[in-house]
Design a protein around this ligand. Structure first.
Ligand SMILES: NC(=O)c1ccc[n+]([C@@H]2O[C@H](COP(=O)([O-])OP(=O)(O)OC[C@H]3O[C@@H](n4cnc5c(N)ncnc54)[C@H](OP(=O)(O)O)[C@@H]3O)[C@@H](O)[C@H]2O)c1
Length: 248
């Protein structure tokens, strides 16, 4: 069990959804989990019900975020914090939402990786898990969000190449629809939020995703789980659309 070789884990975006489930699960597995997010109350609840150490912080405050990470001997980094501001058509996105989504989903993840990798390389062990998305791999009419998740995909692939021979492993986890608060944070219109959340299918759960993380951490050291895609059985991508110009 390679999970036993690891001690300290950092999970970003651990106050709800996928990140919270991963933090709870890895704490249960006996790891020393540092859970990062902005909502203090949620983090306090996590701290009082698990052994997680919580840090109330905005990962977009790059300097503060990097300073914290450099103080921890991080064995496993879970780059999970993410938002879908500006979700939908790019032509309708506003300036602030573009900044927020790129800063949270990409800039913070790159800073985090850079902060922890030198220590991992020196110790010849470590595991970087990037929470990407099916939206980073397949077309979705939400190009801003897709572009940020596509960046996580290339970051994961390129890091594997850079880290070859170091013993540090890199895994990308790409969920399809997971039942979380994602759309509550992404959208402003309550009706739109309800519509988006009501997929009418049985969605993947955050706990399902946390099990994928445990799997990736637990395979023997000589195996690198490159990518896990998990989507609801009732969801898929692709198909063909024909939209006459006159309809827009
Ligand atoms: N739900 C889906 O269908 C789905 C599918 C594919 C991929 N994903 C990805 O999964 C990841 C987790 O999303 P989720 O679905 O679990 O949604 P969620 O419940 O909204 O969780 C997002 C987490 O990110 C944190 N976060 C956001 N901005 C932050 C910031 N600036 N600083 C620190 N923490 C921040 C939030 O905490 P605070 O608000 O407390 O800061 C929260 O803990 C994201 O990267 C998302 O893109 C989700």
């Amino acid at each position: 069990m390679t999970i036993d070789n690891y001690k300290n884990v950092v999970v970003t975006g651990a106050s709800s959804g996928i990140g919270e489930a991963i933090a709870r699960c890895l704490s249960q597995e006996g790891l020393n989990v540092h859970a990062i997010a902005r909502r203090t109350e949620r983090l306090e609840n996590l701290a009082s019900t698990t052994n997680c150490l919580v840090h109330s912080m905005d990962v977009c405050n790059s300097r503060e975020f990097v300073d914290l990470l450099e103080k921890i001997e991080v064995d496993v980094l879970i780059n999970n914090a993410g938002v879908g501001r500006g979700y939908g058509q790019l032509a309708e996105a506003n300036f602030e939402d573009i900044e927020t989504t790129i800063d949270t989903n990409v800039k913070a993840a790159v800073h985090a990786a850079k902060a922890v990798l030198p220590g991992m390389i020196r110790r010849k062990k470590g595991h970087l898990i990037n929470i990407g998305s099916m939206a980073g791999l397949y077309p979705l009419a939400s190009s801003l969000y897709g572009a940020t998740k596509g960046a996580m995909h290339v970051l994961s692939m390129d890091l594997r190449l850079e880290l070859q021979g170091t013993g540090v492993r890199v895994t990308e986890i790409c969920p399809g629809r997971v039942s979380t608060e994602f759309y509550d944070a992404a959208l402003d219109d309550p009706e739109l939020i309800e519509n988006k959340k009501d997929s009418g299918i049985t969605e993947v759960t955050s706990e399902d995703v946390s099990q994928a993380v445990v799997y990736a951490l637990n395979v023997p050291q000589h195996v690198n789980v490159n990518r896990i895609e998990l989507q609801p059985t009732e969801q898929t991508y692709g198909g063909m659309q024909f939209v006459p110009r006159s309809s827009k």
